[in-house]
Write a protein that binds this ligand. Structure first.
Ligand SMILES: Nc1ncnc2c1ncn2[C@@H]1O[C@H](COP(=O)(O)OP(=O)(O)OP(=O)(O)O)[C@@H](O)[C@H]1O
Ligand SMILES: [Mg+2]
Length: 278
């Protein structure tokens, strides 16, 4: 494998707030690296520094020549054009021929269950749909480096599965994947290396620790009386979606029963339970 990006002694301050301090990292072609960490730890900042959207306060980013980046932001701007117009425009900017762009768009919108939104205005899409459009744009023309900032946070489970398999495929074709996320199951599925950003530094995580898990998805209806998720199980939950009236969580299968019992005791009602691969 060959190094395509190297970060040397990268530090970043916003005013007096130091976010990253002396970060060193080498990224090889075809590597898949995940960054996890608490809110505000600097994951998004680090991804933006890697692809040149933000300058570091000090240190150096060296990239191989003619490297093509594709960046899927955490927050996607709302625009007054349709999904199809946006994707077509982006495809043409990438230099793809018009017929290839249209073929790719149709195929990808179908894969992500978004065909009926082809002519919807971008500004009217939900957060999850906007993220899917951003992901489709990134998949439309193969980059050398795909940067994903919390790519699953707004997506439904079916789309998540599709997304994971597509990113895996790109990775196998040699695309380097850099991702920030909060979900260890995603790290487990996608990444060969992972770091936690803690105290402004990168701390390597042992990804093999997470490879033995099978996962279940549990959906609960919230009780009428306000209830919290029991503290003893919060550490076991790998992903949590809290929507009005409903809580959905991804949990290691070996912890499913304990989590289920704890939630039922708090008055949550089980709506559905299934394996992540079902
Ligand atoms: N443009 C900016 N101006 C000032 N401060 C900023 C700016 N961008 C980020 N920060 C600060 O830098 C720190 C790291 O932010 P960042 O968005 O990188 O964290 P994160 O790990 O991505 O968090 P989250 O999990 O919430 O997405 C935070 O304290 C944030 O307030
Ligand atoms: Mg972020």
């Amino acid at each position: 494998m060959s190094a395509i990006i190297s970060l040397s002694n990268i530090s970043k301050k916003f005013g007096r707030n130091e976010v990253l301090s002396n970060i060193n990292l080498t990224i090889q072609k075809g590597q898949s690296i995940a960054f996890v960490g608490n809110n505000g730890s600097g994951k998004s900042t680090l991804l933006k520094i890697v692809c040149g959207l933000t300058n570091p306060t000090s240190g150096e980013v060296k990239c191989a020549k003619r490297l093509k980046f594709n960046y899927v932001p955490e927050h996607f701007p709302k625009m007054s054009i349709t999904v199809k117009q946006y994707l077509t425009h982006m495809g043409l900017i990438e230099g793809m021929p018009e017929n290839k762009v249209q073929e790719g768009i149709q195929e990808l919108l179908k894969s992500f269950f978004m065909e009926q939104m082809t002519d919807s205005q971008m500004k009217h899409l939900s957060k999850g749909s906007l993220q899917k459009v951003a992901v489709i744009q990134a998949l439309l023309s193969k980059p050398d480096v795909l940067l994903l900032d919390e790519p699953l946070s707004g997506q439904d489970v079916k789309s998540q599965r599709k997304f994971i398999s597509m990113v895996k495929e790109l990775n196998e074709q040699g695309v380097a994947i850099l991702m920030s996320c909060h979900e260890m199951f995603l790290v487990n599925q996608l990444s060969s290396e992972a770091y936690e950003i803690k105290n402004m530094q990168l701390e390597p995580l042992d990804v093999t620790k997470y490879t033995d898990y099978d996962y279940d998805i549990l959906s609960f209806e919230k009780p009428e009386m306000e209830a919290n998720i029991p503290a003893v199980i919060t550490e076991m939950i790998h992903k949590l979606d809290d929507n009005e009236g409903e809580i959905r969580m991804v949990v290691p299968r070996e912890d499913s029963n304990q989590i289920l019992m704890q939630m039922l005791q708090k008055g949550f009602k089980l709506r559905a339970m299934k394996g992540i691969d079902e």
